[in-house]
Design a protein around this ligand. Structure first.
Ligand code: NAD
Ligand code: MG
Length: 392
């Protein structure tokens, strides 16, 4: 019988966090849950902590502490709140930590988890985009194993032959194309937040759903793939694949193409990382090949999906541009969801902020955070002063 695995889940109330909890609950005797964290949904987090028999539950937002404490009273589960508590939770010894916070907010907790030198499953792609070198360097120092959770990157990881890396001609990340794949470009201006978060194949958090609709998600994934697999931009392709069944492919020099297929259900890549290097039975959906009438693949038109071009530019320009693409996009998406920016403005603002960004290579975590903050302030003021009149 396999030993019980100690596990922590950062961002436990989110879409990836809940899918992770689902897998843990399906076989709770095999896991000993240490910490679960969230931003502010204290009641939901407390309920999850109780179900998972976690040792501690942490909310980042101090104001949610009284609710968390009351909800956990008498359970023996420790309740805490605030940034320090969040970092302590991330640093709790755990064989496996799921990094599933959304956005750059996940950088410091993810780094703390990596410093423990165990397995860190990374769903939280933004820190990889904006601080990939630092994340890798921290893993090298601590000896931690980073496991990709993003479905495309998990797929590449499953068919990637590290010993034959020189023979890899290209990897292909697939993209569903999002809800507006077939919309005429001149209609995109009026897209509403409700329309943008309604993804055809995947059920995800609001930010990544909007990113999928603008194709910025795939843009961030190009950078993520570069960081995780050490391949140049020219060897990272994107194909539109509306059915989201083939998640990625690796093409080798001998003409072999290895692909990973699966139902569009994040529990599959999550379960893969939880059991890795073994395999386990999961409650995820199953793929019925006979039920598939067809699998379509189209080239990703970079003139339609400008975000993809921005990712390639960011890879060419270096770390400053990677911080900028991520930070400007996060702010622009928040402004769009709040009704302060129109849909097409998201990529336009991001492009403008990339052009203005400091292109220097940050030498420390502090410098990354400073550059990230600077882009956020510039983006906010640009949206406020330049664009709000046009969009509201
Ligand atoms: P989500 O919005 O559903 O959940 C985010 C989680 O992070 C929540 O638990 C929230 O409480 C927590 N959080 C948010 N802000 C925080 C802060 N400031 N401090 C601490 N915690 C905070 O997001 P999601 O869809 O689960 O995505 C999480 C990450 O995984 C993202 O980076 C996303 O790109 C990536 N990802 C998600 C999917 C998916 O299917 N949802 C697939 C691939 C990759
Ligand atoms: Mg993905």
């Amino acid at each position: 019988m396999a030993a019980v695995k100690t596990v922590s889940v950062l961002g436990a109330t989110g879409s990836v966090g809940r899918s992770t909890a689902d897998i843990l609950l399906s076989d709770l005797k095999s896991y000993d849950v240490q910490a679960v964290t969230a931003c502010s949904k204290a009641e939901e987090l407390a309920a999850l902590a109780v179900k998972l028999k976690a040792k501690s539950a942490v909310v980042a937002d101090d104001r949610s502490y009284p609710i968390l404490k009351a909800a956990l009273s008498g359970t023996g589960i420790e309740a805490s709140a605030g940034t320090e508590a969040m970092l302590e939770a991330a640093a709790m010894p755990a064989d496996y930590t799921m990094a599933a916070i959304v956005g750059m907010a996940g950088l410091l907790p993810t780094i703390k988890a990596i410093e423990q030198g165990k397995c860190v499953a990374i769903a939280n792609k933004e820190p990889l985009v904006a601080a990939g070198d630092l994340v890798l360097q921290t893993a090298r120092h601590s000896g931690a194993t980073l496991l990709p959770v993003d479905s495309e990157h998990n797929a590449v990881f499953q068919v990637f032959e590290p010993d034959n890396k020189a023979a890899i001609e290209r990897i292909v990340l697939t993209a569903s194309g999002g809800p507006f794949r077939t919309w005429p470009l001149d209609k995109l201006h009026g897209v509403t937040p409700d329309q943008a978060v309604a993804h055809p194949n995947w059920s995800m958090g609001a930010k990544i759903s909007v990113d999928s609709a603008t194709m910025m998600n795939k843009a961030l994934e190009i950078v993520e793939a570069h960081v995780l697999f050490g391949l140049p931009s020219e060897k990272i392709d994107v194909l539109i694949h509306p059915q989201s069944i083939v998640h990625a492919m690796v093409e080798y020099a001998d003409g072999s193409v290895l692909a990973q297929l699966g139902a569009p259900d994040m529990r599959i890549p999550i379960a893969h990382t939880l059991a890795w290097p073994a395999r386990t039975r999961t409650p995820g959906k199953r793929l019925d090949m006979t039920g598939l009438s067809r699998l379509d693949f189209f080239p990703a038109d970079e003139t339609r999906w400008r975000a993809l071009t921005l990712a390639r530019q960011a890879l060419k320009a270096g770390s400053g541009a990677r911080i900028a693409i991520n930070a400007a996009n996060e702010c622009a998406v928040a402004a769009f969801l709040a009704g302060r920016l129109n849909f097409t403005g998201i990529v336009e603002v991001t492009e403008e902020m990339m052009a203005r960004a400091d292109q220097k290579t940050p030498q420390s975590l502090e410098e990354i955070l400073f550059m990230d903050q600077t882009v956020r302030e510039q983006t906010e003021s640009y949206i406020l002063n330049t664009l709000s009149r046009k969009v509201c």
